[in-house]
Design a protein around this ligand. Structure first.
Ligand code: CDP
Ligand code: CDP
Length: 208
C-alpha cells in the first residue's frame, strides 16, 4: 500500500513530534526532511561545496548527533534556499514517500513540491512565542548560554528566509488541513493528525 502523509510548517511547531507518533501508530516509515538540509549544512560548515555536499549525502549522515544546534539550523536554512541543492534532494524524498507500507514526511515543501498528491496534508503551526518557548526548553539544557529571546530571534530569521525564498518556499498547500497547536498538548495534536489520516485510509474491502 502506498499512502503518503505530508506534514509542513514553521520551526518548532511540533511537526516532528506529530510525525513520529503518527508513523508509530500506523506502522508508516518517517522521514524528517529537515535533517537532510541540516546534514548538508553540517558538511558545508566543514568546508564542502553545497551542491557536492547535498549530492554526496548518505543515510548515515542524517544520524550525525551534531545536527540540532542553532548554528546548523541557520546554515540549513541558507543552503535550503539554493535551488540546485533542493533539486538534487527531490528524487530521494519522493522515492521515500512512495515506498510500500506508508510514509510520513515532515518539512516545509512536502505538500506543495515533494508530494503534491499526498493522501493527507497537514500544516502545523503555533504562535511565535509558544514555538520559542518549546525550542528553548529543548535546547537550553545542553546550551546554557541560550536565552528564550535569542531562540525567538533565531526562529524568526529562519522562518522569514524559508517563507521568502524563490524555490519551494514554506507555505501551506491549498488542500492542507491547518493545525494550530499553540493551545494543544502533544496528545491533542497527535489525536487530530490521527483522525485526519483515518478519514483517508483505504477501508478494507469486504469479501464478496
Ligand atoms: O519538528 P518541529 O520543529 O516542528 O517541532 P518538534 O521538534 O516536533 O517540537 C518542538 C518541541 O515542542 C518538542 O520538544 C515537543 O515536545 C514540543 N511540543 C509541545 O510541547 N507541544 C506540542 N503540541 C508539540 C510539540
Ligand atoms: O526542526 P525545525 O523545524 O526547527 O527545522 P528543520 O525541519 O530541521 O529544518 C531546518 C531547515 O531546513 C529549515 O529552516 C528549512 O530552511 C530547511 N528545510 C527546507 O527547506 N525544506 C524542508 N522540506 C525541510 C527543511
Amino acid at each position: 500500500m502506498i499512502f503518503t502523509v505530508a506534514i509542513d510548517g514553521p520551526a518548532a511547531a511540533g511537526k516532528g513530534t506529530i510525525s513520529k507518533q503518527v508513523a508509530a501508530r500506523f506502522g508508516f516509515a518517517h522521514l524528517d526532511t529537515g535533517l537532510i538540509y541540516r546534514a548538508t549544512a553540517a558538511r558545508v560548515l566543514e568546508g564542502e561545496d553545497p551542491l557536492k555536499a547535498a549530492g554526496g549525502l548518505r543515510p548515515s549522515d542524517l544520524e550525525r548527533d551534531d545536527l540540532r544546534t542553532p548554528k546548523v539550523a541557520q546554515a540549513a536554512s541558507k543552503v535550503a534556499a539554493i535551488s540546485e541543492v533542493r533539486e538534487v534532494l527531490v528524487a530521494f524524498q519522493r522515492s521515500f514517500a512512495t515506498r510500500d507500507g506508508g510514509a510520513v514526511l515532515d518539512g516545509r515543501d512536502i505538500g506543495t513540491v515533494i508530494c503534491p498528491d499526498a493522501d493527507v496534508k497537514l500544516y502545523v503551526t503555533a504562535s511565535d512565542a509558544v514555538r520559542a518557548k518549546r525550542r528553548f526548553a529543548e535546547l537550553s539544557p545542553k546550551n546554557p548560554d541560550l536565552t528564550e529571546e535569542g531562540v525567538l530571534q533565531d526562529l524568526m530569521v529562519r522562518d522569514k528566509r524559508d517563507r521568502e525564498r524563490v524555490t519551494a518556499p514554506m507555505r501551506a498547500a491549498y488542500d492542507a488541513l491547518q493545525l494550530d497547536t499553540s493551545e494543544m498538548s502533544i496528545e491533542q495534536a497527535v489525536a487530530a493528525a490521527i483522525s485526519a489520516i483515518e478519514e483517508k485510509l483505504p477501508q478494507p474491502q469486504a469479501d464478496l
